[in-house]
Design a binder for this molecule. Sequence first.
Ligand SMILES: [Zn+2]
Length: 68
Amino acid sequence: MQLVFLLLLLIGVLAYQWHMRRSTTLTRACRWRMDRSVAPDYWHCAACGAQWRGDEPRDCLRPGRGQE
Ligand SMILES: [Zn+2]
């Protein structure tokens, strides 16, 4: 019984770490908002203030965060 509990705990920790790594690398905590008052295809990030024109961006475009 104790072994099953430890196994579930280990799986939970691994799943949590995997989820955190996946979410941080994919979205980088950016929250893109469309602003049609500026332009029909204008986006800005509510988290870091980055700006974008075109299709909805997926990554953070804040300068100095590893974007080539
Ligand atoms: Zn951002």
